[in-house]
Design a protein around this ligand. Structure first.
Ligand SMILES: Cc1cc2nc3c(=O)[nH]c(=O)nc-3n(C[C@H](O)[C@H](O)[C@H](O)COP(=O)(O)OP(=O)(O)OC[C@H]3O[C@@H](n4cnc5c(N)ncnc54)[C@H](O)[C@@H]3O)c2cc1C
Length: 423
């Protein structure tokens, strides 16, 4: 089969980025992908297009991996699954659940691709859960000459920590091998009307109260927070008495005004991990669909102080906001991971899609969170200066070295990568 460029989306999921590629490619085999890469001067890879900035964009050749042959190979003895790069977590979750296995965590939506999520450090929540790139043990990647290279934690050692979460700048991943665990069931309980003082006093305890915990607020009612507690059924010891919060009486949606049925089941009803860890269900549009997102990670120990700093500018945030979410992510060793070497809290913002109204608000949020060393989510809207990023990532120089070694001519670097990483 030959490439079908019409299958490749021209915009990102949110519609705020129109890709500026001169050529679009939808290869249906790895050799075809290799030929495209070998013959191109500048290449970027598109996963499922759920990033909110120009991270996937290029003026050259944009290659979608979604048409490559599906690979879903479980090695149950080794506790690993090999997947094609464009596999969406929703499909992978169903496959693993049928075989009695699970991923350690998921993001809020099952629609995104495994490669795209790993490339940006996409995360879920849980004080013991690293981001989704932390379970990648091997990748196959097409390098600048069109060569297919196998890289793994075992063979490549420490540099592998710079290779998985690499913003698409090392080449086109065709497959990833992920560590899996035996399947488990989760129950999801929602508590409303937690007050800010209690939240600040017990922030880490609340984040550790379940396997994966999210706190939501719209910042209009500073004293009222909603908590989604996702607990492993086999370790559940919770009660309905939750730091003064009131158990929700019906299924709710994280985004106010959106239907509860689009969200995964709540009210303490047990279900498999893949139907409870994401907030949104695969068969519905996640979130609102008409939005822009920003998110910043900083040390979990500073969560209460950072929340208070944000509350001081809540009258700026609230008018352009749909919903905010706070999550916990375990520290990791990945070189440019936003949770690099620190147990983190993530402050997330789902905004109305108005970039002009948004710019001063994200600037104010970045100023408020700067004293806490806030690292922006690579796949969302941010304006953090490159020289600030350098101070936030102690391994940034090593990452630059990796890019120079593997892609000396910069075939896989785009404007965003050049500007922020400064290879
Ligand atoms: C509704 C919604 C909810 C979200 N929820 C969360 C959340 O819960 N947690 C969170 O952390 N983030 C979340 N995000 C952000 C999202 O997870 C990231 O932007 C993620 O990168 C999207 O994956 P993707 O497959 O769409 O990648 P894309 O946006 O297509 O690409 C992202 C990057 O990955 C690179 N890439 C993609 N495929 C490959 C490949 N095969 N080889 C090499 N590089 C590749 C691209 O070049 C680009 O640099 C959310 C986004 C949306 C729209």
């Amino acid at each position: 089969m030959t490439t079908d460029p019409t299958t490749v989306e021209r915009t990102n999921w949110a519609g705020n980025v129109t890709f500026s590629a001169a050529r679009f490619h939808g290869p249906t085999s790895v050799p075809e992908l290799q030929r495209i890469v070998a013959g191109a001067r500048a290449v970027r890879t598109l996963g499922s297009g759920h990033s909110f900035n120009r991270i996937a964009d290029t003026a050259g050749d944009l290659v979608s991996v979604s048409g490559l042959p599906t690979v879903l190979e479980l090695d149950s003895a080794a506790g690993q699954v090999k997947v094609s790069a464009g596999t969406r977590y929703g499909e992978l979750g169903r496959f693993l659940q049928r075989q009695g296995f699970a991923l350690h965590n998921t993001g809020s939506l099952p629609h995104i691709s495994v490669a795209g999520a790993s490339a940006t450090g996409t995360h879920g929540s849980g004080v013991g859960n690293g981001n989704l790139a932390t379970i990648v043990s091997a990748i196959e990647i097409v390098g600048p000459g069109g060569d297919l290279v196998s890289l793994s934690r075992r063979a490549d050692g420490e540099p592998f920590n710079g290779m998985v979460l690499a913003l698409g700048a090392l080449g086109v991943m065709t497959s990833l091998t992920l560590e899996v665990v035996p399947t488990f069931d989760i129950r999801q309980d929602v508590f409303e009307e937690l007050n800010a003082t209690t939240l600040d006093e017990h922030f880490q305890e609340i984040m550790a109260s379940g396997y994966s915990v999210s706190v939501f607020t719209d910042w209009t009612t500073p004293g009222r927070y909603q908590v989604w507690r996702k607990s492993r059924v086999d370790a559940f010891t919770g009660t309905d008495d939750f730091f003064g919060g009131i158990p929700a009486a019906v299924d709710v949606n994280p985004v106010p005004g959106m239907p509860g049925e689009n969200a995964t089941a709540q009210l303490g009803v047990p279900g498999p991990w893949n139907e409870r860890l994401p907030h949104f269900r695969l068969e519905f549009t996640p979130s609102s669909g008409d939005e822009l997102q920003a998110e910043y990670l900083l040390p979990l120990a500073q969560a209460a102080a950072a929340r208070q700093a944000l509350e001081e500018i809540s009258s700026l945030i609230a008018p352009v906001l749909m919903i905010s979410e706070f999550r916990a992510i375990a520290g990791d060793d990945l070189w440019i991971s936003p949770s690099h070497r620190q147990d983190s809290v993530a402050f997330h913002f789902t905004f109305r899609p108005d970039p002009v109204a948004l710019a001063p608000v994200t600037a104010a949020i970045e100023a408020a969170l700067a004293p806490f060393g806030a690292r922006p989510h690579w796949g969302k809207v941010f304006a953090t200066a490159p020289e600030v990023l350098d101070t936030l990532y102690p391994r940034m120089d090593d990452f630059r070295g990796l890019l120079r070694t593997y892609d000396p001519a910069g075939k896989f670097r785009n404007e965003l990568v050049e500007r922020l990483i400064r290879v």
